[in-house]
Design a protein around this ligand. Structure first.
Ligand code: G3I
Length: 447
């Protein structure tokens, strides 16, 4: 009897804490009907941006819990195929291009009213074996690449918000701004394969935004300079008809495969973005965001740091006018590419492997909600967008966010979905009941 009373007492005392916003005291956990209007994409658009998106693909289609989230246009307003639009997946045999899988992702996005980002035309990885295992002359590989780009871009004409035309053409070492020699295109065709790819894509779809996409641009100013050189290379390209400016480049994707506790500062991220937005009419986006733990499973402190790190990246995008949006490279730890590529590391996503929102999700939502509050402020000067940029730039959108409350919010999410048991993760059948008293938080154990 005493135990049950203690437990009930705990539940009663705990609820205001869980429901309290990390700073504002406003209810942190929106009631169910708010959840739909408070998807990350809805909040991102309310903060003046174009999208909050995710990568996904056909191999997750049978996972109902996963699909319920990916098909929610309030949560994700942009969808990008993680693999099925890559050359090696589309044309396993020379001349036989199969769009079935990629079309399925495009059709689902269209049905859900989500934007569609197309990934990737010219990339040195995941190529068909007939490309990698053949001996090519410059002319023959140039013609083959042109045929691939023209066929694929024409097939998706007016479906893609943007195309990742060229990915990872620069050396992977962060201290270099030189083109990577490991690329078959660089070796056989030379640097002109880059502006040529943009030229053919421009001809095949005059509307899709054409992006260059790479990693480590957030941490390496030298590599970022390499991208600026690529932008100039494309813009100075003289077409086969002798005309300049026929190869269009509209944006740079900063992939942002980052690690917890190693995310650059807000100021540094803003200046990385502005390296590109200072170039005429070039937009930017965080294009493949995940922030992984160096060792898994992560503990609460690491989870709180991860939340802070995600909030810093979101704030950086809100602070820069031409940062149009953010795409996470998968939203659930269950399917993240990280654990395959970096065994022992991972859990870099906003949802855990059970499709539960993590503290990082609540941190991102908190920043976006505050941007909405700043947007609505009546008595301060400047346009709502300018106010958000200033607030984001000054770190105001993530000030004093209490990591513990974000953790509790995520825990609450857990228990809400586990049918209301008000306890933290407990092993051995014991349940831990936190009691908030004037002398701090006490824990009551019960079976
Ligand atoms: O499709 C084959 C399938 O036929 C075969 O049975 C299976 C067994 O090995 O492999 C399947 O291919 C896998 C492919 O994903 C599709 O699932 C490849 O082995 C696997 O290496 C590939 O991993 C992808 C990786 O790119 C390849 O480099 C990851 O899922 C994907 O998240 C990752 O994404 C890249 C971006 O495109 C570009 N930027 C970096 C990012 C991370 O590497």
């Amino acid at each position: 009897m005493a135990r049950i009373t203690a437990a009930l007492l705990a539940g009663l005392l705990l609820s205001p804490l869980i429901h309290a916003s990390p700073t504002s005291g406003k209810p942190l956990l929106a009631s169910r009907q708010d959840e739909n209007s408070e998807g990350l994409h809805s909040l991102m658009v309310a903060a003046g941006k174009l999208f909050f998106g995710t990568a996904t693909d056909v191999r997750y289609l049978l996972d109902k819990a996963h699909q319920a989230i990916v098909n929610n246009p309030s949560e994700f307003g942009m969808i990008v195929p993680e693999n099925s639009q890559k050359w090696g997946e589309l044309e396993k045999e020379k001349g036989r291009v199969d769009f079935t899988n990629a079309d399925a992702i495009a059709a689902a996005a269209a049905k859900n009213g989500q934007k569609f980002r197309c990934h990737v035309l010219t990339w040195a990885a995941q190529l068909p074996s007939f490309v990698t295992s053949s001996t090519w002359t410059k002319e023959a590989l140039t013609a083959q690449l042109k045929a691939h780009i023209t066929t694929v871009v024409t097939h998706y004409r007016s479906q893609c918000y943007s195309w990742d035309v060229v990915s990872e053409a620069l050396s992977s070492s962060p201290d270099s701004n030189t083109l990577s020699n490991s690329s078959i295109f660089q070796k056989v065709i030379g640097p002109s394969y880059i502006p040529l790819s943009f030229y053919w894509a421009s001809l095949a779809d005059p509307d899709a935004k054409l992006y260059y996409n790479d990693f480590n641009l957030e941490i390496s100013p030298l590599k970022a300079q390499g991208v600026v050189d690529i932008v100039h290379l494309v813009r100075n390209f003289i077409s086969p008809t002798g005309e300049k400016g026929k190869a269009r480049i509209d944006g740079t994707g900063l992939q942002s495969h980052l690690f917890v506790g190693q995310v650059p500062s807000l100021t540094s991220l803003i200046s990385s973005l502005e390296t590109f937005t200072n170039l005429t009419s070039l937009e930017v986006s965080f294009s493949e965001l995940d922030i992984s733990h160096d060792s898994v499973p992560a503990n609460d402190t690491q989870m709180e740091q991860q939340a802070q790190d995600y909030m810093t990246v979101v704030s950086a995008c809100l602070a820069v006018e031409k940062c149009v949006g953010i795409t996470v490279w998968g939203f659930s730890d269950k399917y993240s590419w990280i654990q395959d590529a970096f065994p022992g590391k991972g859990e870099g996503c906003l949802y855990d492997e059970k499709m539960k929102k993590k503290a990082a999700w609540y941190g991102v939502r908190e920043v976006l909600k505050r941007a909405g509050v700043v947007m609505a402020e009546r008595n301060s000067t400047g346009s709502p967008e300018e106010r958000i940029r200033n607030a984001a730039r000054n770190g105001r959108l993530m000030e004093e966010v209490n990591g513990t409350a974000l953790m509790l919010a995520a825990e609450k999410e857990n228990e809400t979905k586990n049918g209301g048991s008000n306890s933290f993760r407990g092993g051995l059948g014991w349940r831990a009941w936190p009691v908030v008293t004037g002398w701090g938080i006490w824990v009551v154990l019960s079976l």
